[in-house]
Design a protein. Structure first.
Length: 112
């Protein structure tokens, strides 16, 4: 398995996800999405696996979260997510082409 956890440093669910993998001795790469963002390819892969609306944090305190509701095209929304990764819902856990958003241990168990 090649696990990547994209999260925010103060996100409780991100810490829970990291703990879940540590307890099972599964190696993972932790990426601070606010600091480092996601590449276009990573975002495309997660978008295909989870759907664009599922990876957007609609409850974000960022003023741009409200703006996303009014953007017409999915490509415009994806571009906004690339510009401001704080708008991503976390944790985003990737395993190759598979991905989850949020704390989903029932899905991760099937990856093993």
């Amino acid at each position: 398995m090649n696990i990547q956890i994209f999260g925010k440093s103060k996100c409780f669910d991100t810490k829970k996800a990291e703990r879940w993998f540590k307890e099972r001795r599964i190696k993972f790469q932790s990426i601070d999405v606010v600091k480092y963002g996601m590449s276009a390819g990573e975002l495309r892969s997660v978008r295909q696996a989870c759907g664009l609306d599922n990876i957007i944090d609609w409850d974000s305190k960022s003023e741009d979260a409200a703006l996303l509701k009014y953007l017409a095209s999915d490509d415009a929304k994806a571009e906004k997510l690339m510009d401001d990764p704080r708008l991503l819902k976390t944790p985003i856990v990737r395993n190759g082409k598979k991905a989850t958003v949020g704390y989903c241990p029932e899905v991760w168990e099937k990856w093993e």
